[in-house]
Each structure stands twice: as structure tokens, then as C-alpha cells.
Write a protein that binds this ligand. Structure first.
Ligand code: UD1
Length: 338
């Protein structure tokens, strides 16, 4: 069976991708030191797939340790999720972000080269488009102006892959620009596990509905949108996970060198207030909220043109915003107040 190294495989998107890889007949090998996730994810994966996940608990900037994993597992390809992702923290501690996010990709590419592993799928973000006026954004829209050090680590990692791919005739790389991943596995066994007070909208909504938070603050209702709140392209994490399987399959059929970028979104923009209302309707629970000031760094609107991923990867989303918000609530209920 084709072994795939999945760095950050115990994380939110990584764990859902492991499920889809197994469903597609591939064998994920998780590389994750669990610094941003919990043991329970591994139990959840076992319940869903019926198999104990294979995991190596190492830091992806540790070249010697990565080297040992590659020597032992002999993988055919890599999906690189492991990264820090808190925008505010990246402003306060940028070196942590450059060290972990940029450092881990550089280390991984070295190790891949040594072991002649040529296929990599990289987790990028729509943050590389910055405050784009070009909506919906296409892969050809201007990129490179991020709003935070976190965003710049994605810009730098994309450039690193382009540079390495230009120098290495064997490398085959896909860079996936995620829009706003939300939701959880419909089984309620795995989902997002925010540490402390959530920064992202949907975990804040579910924790408010569960009574863990008193109320949601909607960051601004004076944007030039249909109801004044920001617009984002919310994509169900299961749809997103399936795109990684499509990307690996597409890569394996290509002749090197390949370095392609794809948007992963639904193509639909929804406002913050629409997300709150949809959550309330689909789950029959109230989300108390107040309108607060704009959050620094937020862009007015961001949603994807998905033509390229549809036409080239043969992938498109199948689940709706309502599906994602229902699954997110189901997961929150499974977590309880803890
Ligand atoms: C941000 C990053 C994105 C990153 C993602 C994952 C930017 C511009 N975007 O996405 O690159 O991949 O986080 O961490 O750096 N909101 C509220 N109240 C809340 C929380 C959020 O109103 O309590 C609003 C925000 O103002 C925004 C929307 O909800 O309009 C989505 O916010 P969030 O879930 O944090 O994601 P992004 O900021 O879009």
C-alpha cells in the first residue's frame, strides 16, 4: 500500500485527511509531536477507520529524527500540514512562525531529497492573496502581500517550493490554498480542538452555543457587504480532506518537475452574520452575539474561484455551509464543556 507521510496528521485538517487517505486505499504515516492536538484524535481515527493510526512523535524541524522516519517507513509521498497558524500569536512572536513553518518545510525537503521521495502536497492559505480586490480570487490573482507573519510564512514556503522545484528536476509539488476550513467529521469522533479562547469564528460559535463563552463578538458590521459583516468562503473539512487525495493522485500521474497551486474553497462567499444565522437554524440553538469593532488585519471579502481545482484535479465540494455547521455542533456536543 502506498505510504504517505502526513506531517501534522493529528491536527484538524490532517486528521480528516488521514481518514480520506485510508478510504482511498493509501496508508497514512502521521508525523506529529502533538503539541497542538490531543491523544483523543488518535482514538477518534481508530474508531472511524478501525485501524490504529501509525504515528511518529517528532518535531518536523528535527532533521535526524525525520531522516529515521523516512528510512524506516519508505514513503512514496508527503503531505505537509505541520505548522503554527494563530495569526495574532505570529504578530507577537514572528520568529516562532518563521522557525517552525519555514524551517520545517526546508528540513522536510532536504530529507525527501535524500530519500528520493519526490511528491509533496503543501498546505497553503488564501492569506497569500492579502486584501485582494479581484473576487473571486483565481490562482493567477496577485499574491505575496499577506496581512501577518503567519501569512508571510505561507508566502515564503510557496516560494521555497517554486525555487526547489526549479532546481530539482524530480520534485513534484502541489500547493493547496485553503479558504476557511470548518466543520468536523460527521461521526463526531474528530474535529477542531482550539487551545484556549478560539480565534476562529466557528469554534467560537459552537463554544458560545454550548455556554462555554457568554457571547460571540461579530468583528464589525460596517463593511461594504450585504449585511456589513465580512465575507469568507467556508469549506467543510471533509471536502477539503478529499482534495488532498485528488492532489496526490494527480501528482502521481505527472512528469516532473511540477509545481502547481490550487484554490480549495466552495466558490461561495458568506457573511459572518449569515454563518451565525445558518448555525442557529440548522441546529435549533441560539448564539448570543454583539457587534464589536473591526478586527485588525481582517479583509472585507475573500472567496475562491474553483475552476482550476475542478478542471485539473477533478475535485469539487459536495457539502454545504449548513452541513459543516451541523457537524461542528455535533462535534462540540461530543466534546461537552471540556
Ligand atoms: C484566518 C487567516 C487565515 C488562516 C485562518 C486559520 C488571515 C487574513 N486569515 O482566517 O489565513 O488560515 O485564520 O487560522 O490571516 N470573526 C468574528 N468573531 C470571532 C471570530 C471571527 O466576527 O470571534 C469573523 C472575522 O472577523 C472574519 C470571520 O469571522 O470576518 C472569519 O474569521 P476567522 O475564522 O478567524 O478566519 P479568517 O480570519 O478568515
Amino acid at each position: 500500500m502506498d505510504k504517505v507521510i502526513v506531517t501534522g496528521g493529528a491536527g484538524f485538517i490532517g486528521s480528516h485527511t488521514c481518514v480520506e487517505l485510508m478510504a482511498a486505499g493509501m496508508a497514512p504515516v502521521i508525523v506529529d509531536d502533538l503539541r497542538n492536538s490531543e491523544e483523543r484524535v488518535l482514538g477518534g481515527l481508530e474508531k472511524i477507520t478501525g485501524k490504529k493510526p501509525v504515528i511518529h512523535r517528532i518535531d518536523c524541524t528535527d532533521q535526524a529524527a525525520l531522516d529515521r522516519v523516512f528510512a524506516a517507513e519508505k514513503p512514496g509521498s508527503v503531505i505537509h500540514f505541520a505548522a503554527d497558524k494563530a495569526v495574532g500569536e505570529s504578530v507577537a512572536d514572528p520568529l516562532k512562525y518563521y522557525h517552525n513553518n519555514v524551517g520545517s518545510l526546508a528540513t522536510l525537503l532536504r530529507v525527501m531529497h535524500r530519500h528520493r521521495v519526490n511528491d509533496i502536497v503543501f498546505s497553503s492559505s488564501c492569506t497569500v492573496y492579502g486584501d485582494s480586490k479581484d473576487l473571486p480570487v483565481t490562482e493567477a490573482s496577485a499574491s505575496g502581500q499577506a496581512a501577518s507573519p503567519y501569512g508571510y510564512t505561507k508566502v515564503v514556503c510557496e516560494q521555497m517550493l517554486r525555487d526547489v522545484s526549479a532546481a530539482d528536476p524530480h520534485l513534484r509539488a502541489v500547493m493547496l490554498r485553503y479558504f476557511n476550513p470548518i466543520g468536523a467529521h460527521p461521526s463526531g469522533q474528530i474535529g477542531e480542538l482550539p487551545i484556549g479562547v478560539p480565534n476562529n469564528l466557528v469554534p467560537f460559535i459552537t463554544q458560545t452555543a454550548a455556554g462555554i463563552r457568554e457571547k460571540l463578538t461579530v468583528h464589525g458590521d460596517d463593511y461594504p457587504t450585504r449585511d456589513g459583516s465580512c465575507i469568507r468562503d467556508y469549506i467543510h473539512v471533509v471536502d477539503l480532506a478529499k482534495a488532498h487525495v485528488a492532489a496526490l493522485r494527480w501528482l502521481s500521474g505527472r512528469k516532473a518537475p511540477v509545481c502547481e497551486v490550487f484554490n480549495l474553497g466552495t466558490g461561495q462567499g458568506n457573511t459572518v452574520l449569515e454563518a451565525v444565522r445558518t448555525f442557529e437554524e440548522v441546529n435549533g440553538v441560539k448564539v448570543p452575539y454583539v457587534i464589536g469593532p473591526r478586527r485588525p488585519g481582517d479583509v472585507v471579502a475573500m472567496y475562491a474561484d474553483t475552476t482550476k481545482s475542478r478542471e485539473v484535479l477533478g475535485w469539487k465540494t459536495e457539502l454545504t455551509l449548513a452541513d459543516a455547521l451541523r457537524d461542528a455542533w455535533h462535534w462540540q456536543q461530543a466534546l461537552g464543556k471540556g
